[in-house]
Design a binder for this molecule. Structure first.
Ligand SMILES: C[S@@+](CC[C@H](N)C(=O)[O-])C[C@H]1O[C@@H](n2cnc3c(N)ncnc32)[C@H](O)[C@@H]1O
Length: 200
C-alpha cells in the first residue's frame, strides 16, 4: 500500500499548529471525557499527538493508512492499551466498539468513499455506541474559503487527495444511520466537533 503521508508525516503537526494554533487539537479532544472505560476505535489519527494526554485511558484499535503516521503514533501512544493497525479497518472482522473517533479524516474522502466507510463503521459500533467526528465544515467566510482552497490544493499535490471541496457531513452521517447528539464549533462553524449516535 502506498504511504501517501510519507512526506508530510514528519512536519504534519508543526504545519497544522502554525496554521490553526490549538484549534485542531481542541476540536479532536473536547469530547474525550467520553473515553473512560470504553473500547475505542480511532481511525486516521495520524501521529496520535492529540491523544497523548489521554493515552492511559485508551484501549481498543488505532487504524492508519499511512505507515509513517502509524509508526509515530505507536511511539507517541506507547503507554496506551491500543492495538496499532495498518490498513483499512473494514477488512478486519473485529470486536464491536463503544466509541469511534474520526479526527479530520472524513474530509480526505469522496462522498462515495465516506458512505462506504460509514456503512462499514456502523457494523463495528455497539447499538449504544457513539462516533466523535472533528473536521472542517463549509464556511461562508471568504477568508476561510480561500485558506480552504489553498489547503485542499496542498493536500492534492502532496497526498493525492481526490476531494476538491468539503463533505456535507451531517447529511452523510444521517444517510448512513447516525444522528447528531451534540456539537461544538470554532471559527464561525468552519471547524466542528460532533457527537453522533446510531439511529437504530
Ligand atoms: C488529514 S490527516 C489527519 C491526521 C490527524 N487526525 C490530525 O488531525 O492531525 C488524515 C489521516 O487519515 C488517514 N486516513 C485516511 N483515510 C483513512 C482510512 N480509511 N483508514 C485509516 N486512516 C485513514 C491518513 O493516512 C492521514 O494520516
Amino acid at each position: 500500500m502506498k504511504d501517501r503521508y510519507r512526506l508530510l508525516a514528519p512536519v504534519y503537526t508543526t504545519i497544522s499548529r502554525l496554521v490553526f494554533g490549538d484549534l485542531i487539537h481542541q476540536a479532536t479532544t473536547c469530547y474525550l471525557s467520553k473515553i473512560p472505560n470504553k473500547s475505542v476505535i480511532i481511525i486516521g489519527g495520524g501521529k496520535g499527538m492529540d491523544f497523548v494526554p489521554y493515552q492511559k485511558e485508551l484501549n481498543g484499535e488505532y487504524w492508519e493508512l499511512s505507515s509513517s503516521m502509524l509508526s509515530r503514533a505507536r511511539v507517541n501512544l506507547s503507554k496506551s492499551d491500543l492495538k496499532f493497525r495498518l490498513g483499512d479497518f473494514s477488512t478486519e472482522d473485529s470486536q464491536k466498539f463503544q466509541l469511534a473517533i474520526l479526527p479530520f479524516v472524513l474530509d480526505t474522502m469522496t462522498d462515495g468513499q465516506i458512505i462506504q466507510f460509514l456503512n462499514s463503521l456502523k457494523m463495528k459500533i455497539s447499538t449504544d455506541g457513539q462516533v466523535l467526528v472533528s473536521d472542517f465544515y463549509q464556511s461562508q467566510s471568504v477568508k476561510h474559503k480561500l485558506i480552504q482552497r489553498l489547503m485542499i490544493t496542498f493536500f492534492q499535490l502532496l497526498t493525492s487527495h481526490s476531494r476538491g471541496d468539503l463533505p456535507q457531513m451531517e447529511e452523510l452521517m444521517n444517510e448512513c444511520g447516525f444522528q447528531l447528539l451534540e456539537e461544538k464549533s470554532w471559527k464561525k462553524g468552519w471547524i466542528k466537533a460532533q457527537v453522533y449516535t446510531r439511529k437504530d
